[in-house]
Design a protein around this ligand. Structure first.
Ligand code: SF4
Ligand code: SF4
Length: 350
């Protein structure tokens, strides 16, 4: 269930300025070199909402690439955590879906205190994508371009105004505290919202059913020779894992600075040979094909079994970064072609 309002675009900066009084405001900014990144917002008018498909998602703010776990000096262990609240504005729908999967990983069975602390203090304000990129395929997975549930605040751009939906207590609070700038939606607003959603859905160039791909894999119809072909192309650059908004591979390192020891958690990649290295140097997944299969099985078989959702939200970032063209969408399309081919052979036999 969500609560809904209309916000005139002229009031957006006032609202964000008020939210910034209570929390760090993070949003997309265009850097001098042209890159667009999520950063703390000093000047609200500099927020840049025409987001490219490759813009990093909010994962970094919840599960940082380098996170100090503690410092140890003179036997005193100092815990590090974030107490200040944060509002991340301008997030894409698929990235909100990815955060829900990060929640399952970091909070379900064992509550990771660092993630938990950051998550509890973070409010996500997402914007419905009304112009998906050619690499996006969230529509086929149901993780975008708009969300039906499980968001904090979702905005739909209706031209001069936003339709604002809030589905979490935190989200409703962030609107009700400034209720004088929000009004009730009318029938016309809902009609316009429906039109925006329909037109966004119609713009997708890729329609991929991961369910079909999963069923091919679990019925043993994707042979090892297929995975060998995929694996031999991989450069082990880790781009797909690092850019994926829900990949959670990490390792823990200790660094010594004089009399100070710092323990940190850093991102890792399961496609790297040493990822599961055991004591004594044993590498259980030494062959690249085993690691490639593991990445795909993990996202397409293990996730649905354990969590009930695919370990992919169709953001298309791996399509953009993979120099070998063996990203999720490309591999899924190739597996689907195997399935189509198999169906043709069955039809010809009948
Ligand atoms: S596997 Fe690729 S398309 Fe899927 S969520 Fe990760 S980066 Fe995005
Ligand atoms: S981005 Fe492509 S080449 Fe790089 S590790 Fe991932 S699959 Fe391999």
């Amino acid at each position: 269930m969500s609560s809904e309002w209309i916000l005139d675009k002229n009031h957006l900066s006032y609202w964000l300025r008020q939210l910034r009084k209570e929390a760090d405001l993070i949003g997309p900014l265009r850097k001098p070199g042209g890159d667009i990144v999520f950063e703390s917002i000093e000047r609200i008018h500099e927020i840049f909402l025409d987001l490219p498909a490759l813009i990093p998602g909010p994962k970094e703010f919840l599960f940082p690439q380098y996170e100090k776990l503690f410092n140890k000096r003179d036997s005193k262990v100092e815990e590090l955590s974030i107490k200040r609240k944060r509002v991340v504005f301008g997030v894409r729908s698929c990235d909100v879906s990815a955060v829900r999967l990060l929640d399952r990983f970091f909070l379900d069975r064992f509550e990771d205190p660092f993630y938990s602390n950051r998550r509890a203090n973070t409010l996500l304000i997402s914007i419905v994508c009304n112009n998906p990129e050619p690499t996006c395929f969230c529509a086929g997975i149901g993780t975008g371009p708009y969300l039906r549930e499980d968001y904090d605040i979702q905005l739909t751009d209706l031209g001069e105004r936003y339709l604002v939906q809030a589905a979490s207590k935190q989200g409703i609070r962030a609107i009700k505290a400034y209720s004088f700038i929000f009004s009730k939606p009318t029938r016309t607003d809902y009609d316009d919202q429906f039109e925006v959603q329909l037109s966004a859905m119609a713009r997708f160039q890729k329609r991929i059913s991961l369910e079909r791909v999963r069923s091919m894999i679990i019925t043993g119809k994707v042979r090892d020779t297929f995975w060998e072909k995929v694996a031999t192309r991989c450069f082990e650059c880790g781009g797909c894992v690092y850019e994926c908004p829900l990949c959670t591979c990490f390792t823990v390192i200790d660094r010594v600075f004089g009399d100070e020891i710092e323990r940190a958690r850093i991102w890792d990649a399961c496609l790297f040979k040493g990822f599961t290295r055991l004591a004594g140097g044993v590498l259980p997944n030494e062959r690249m094909v085993m690691r490639t299969k593991r990445w795909y099985y993990h996202k397409l078989v293990h996730y649905p079994e354990v969590i009930g959702s695919f370990g992919c939200v169709g953001c298309g970032r791996c399509t953009i970064v993979c120099p070998a063209k063996i990203d999720m969408a490309t591999v899924a399309i190739k597996i689907k072609a195997l399935a189509d081919n198999e169906e043709k052979i069955i039809e010809q036999k009948e």
